[in-house]
Design a protein around this ligand. Sequence first.
Ligand code: JD8
Length: 270
Amino acid sequence: MRVDVITIFPDYLSPLTLSLVGKAQERGLLDVRVHDLRAFTHDAHRTVDDTPYGGGAGMVMRPEPWGEALDEIAGADDDRVPLLIVPTPAGVTFTQARAEEYAAQPWLTFACGRYEGIDYRVVEDARRRMRVDELSIGDYVLGGGEAAALVVLEAVVRLLPGVVGNAESLVDESHVAGLLEGPAYTKPPTWRGLDVPEVLTSGHHGAIASWRRAEALRRTAQRRPDLLAAIDPETLSAADRDVVSTTDRGVIAARPMGETIRSNEGDVAG
Ligand code: JD8
């Protein structure tokens, strides 16, 4: 996979040389190119922003540097174009399903904006010759698109064939089956007076699988009832429905921040 990232803060993307993504590059599974948008300006001050039409606070990113950058980068190969991802708080929400879709793409390009955002004609112009996804990584406001590009790339690159040692571990993960994962444990069997659930050291793989399924359902019911609502009820067994129906969901949800929450997991600062 080829990945291009356009930004005014190239160093912000240096984590792409680390860990999983870094190793994927070393092993030739991934070709990452980071471009400084200011390289596509022609004035002494390398200006990338200007005042917003219609007034308002802040500055907007000028279209010309972006147009030139995308012409050079996305137009580099005359018979193929990248999928352009434009991080924005006004985008569709990034999900595991979309990560799997992007992992099948040969070429991704990220346009990382700053200030109040990028002049919208850049997206309109790019859509004349390539697919453009305006994407948000969550309902909170960041200062720019670079962190979102790092998040999306971490989620996508680990799905590339050969990147994660045993692909097995990619299967039973949170959000893959639409459920949150249950808790995980390792040695020692007792730590600070806390025991590992007995079933996990029983060797009974069937019982362990049932326990893990129940924990995943319980957590999802408590923390993400929206995910549970999205699951096809046909895929839930009688045992699953029993777990869900006996999970007290009222405690965790819908309490203002900062109020102490009593739950069956003890006091938790809200
Ligand atoms: C791109 C500029 C900052 C946003 C004025 C603060 C994604 N989930 C997300 N939250 N925020 C972003 C994001 C924020 C960005 C840019 C993505 C480019 N900003 C702007 C509008 C309000 N400032 C994001 N993905």
